[in-house]
Design a protein around this ligand. Sequence first.
Ligand code: FAD
Length: 321
Amino acid sequence: MALSKIWVYAQATDGKVATITLEILAKARQLADTVECFYGGADADAIAAQLGAHGATTVHATGDLGGALQGVPVAAAVAAAIQGGSGPDAVLLGTTYDGRDVAGRLSVALDAPVITNVVDVELDGDALVGTEPVFGGTTNVKTKGTKAPAIVLVRPKSFAAEETGGGAAQVASLEVPDTGAAGAARITNRHVEEASGPKLDEAGIVVAGGRGLGESEKFEMIEQLAKILRGAPGASRAIVDAGWVPYSYQVGQTGKVVKPSVYIAAGISGATQHMVGMKGSKNIIAINKDPEAPIFGIADLGIVGDVHKVLPKLIEALQAR
Ligand code: FAD
């Protein structure tokens, strides 16, 4: 049995659909006969082809939001569509800032619960069941949405994006009701962090450093190794909190979820909150001087040694190739 229709929250930057949206579309296709998107912005035409190639038949777009934050107008528009009877059986969104904002407001408007932080979604009859890892990923909780529509927040990297080869999605208008003073919040400035290599959550190789590096200057070794391997540098929360690197480097429960083919953890103990963000990596290489460090429990290759000796040797060997 499948649901009749699911709406997926489409997010995009500069005409490029976010990976999380494409990942959710792949799952939504398994759950519903029809998968459509909703989008807050004026440039839906630019993303209709990408959404269509991933299985969306229609993208319901609000049009120009005049610089307003997504949450209020997008949630109001989707709630009005659902209340008016033209909406879906379920709404899937990515666990992003805007995704959470829209989901929360939609939940209030429709008096429907949100199933948060899920890494899998399945059907039980005509109800959606979300799987959420808790206690740092050691236990899974399954939550069934018993009240329609189910609103589900999906964690990045839970599903693999997959093209269907479909044509461009049709662009339809999604009416935004008057949101009054609630819609007054505006984006006044956007800061895009400079990054030269691949993005952390999309890189094929991630080299991450932790407190075992000893001091902030030693993070240079991580950056150097990442650059040689054409990967992205990452970090544990300990060194983000210490101010050695920006928060955008953080991997883990309260950071980014990564699934590269190779993850190198240098001087990282392997706290559950860190591992929940990287344990899906295909190959995990851990460098730690403590043979009892928990990270070795999930490592495919463990190097018991001092990062200050192992990393320079590794960099030297790779540079000599
Ligand atoms: P430590 O745990 O201090 O480990 C340092 C490691 O380096 C040790 O294993 C040590 O043996 C090794 N070492 C020391 N010197 C050397 C050397 N010279 N050579 C080799 N190895 C050496 N953490 C995250 O990473 N991401 C998150 O998203 C996150 N979210 C959290 C959310 C909550 C609610 C909470 C409570 C915690 C969260 N944490 C998160 C923090 C987490 O619990 C750990 O404190 C953190 O991951 C530890 O970072 P670390 O491994 O760098 O440091």
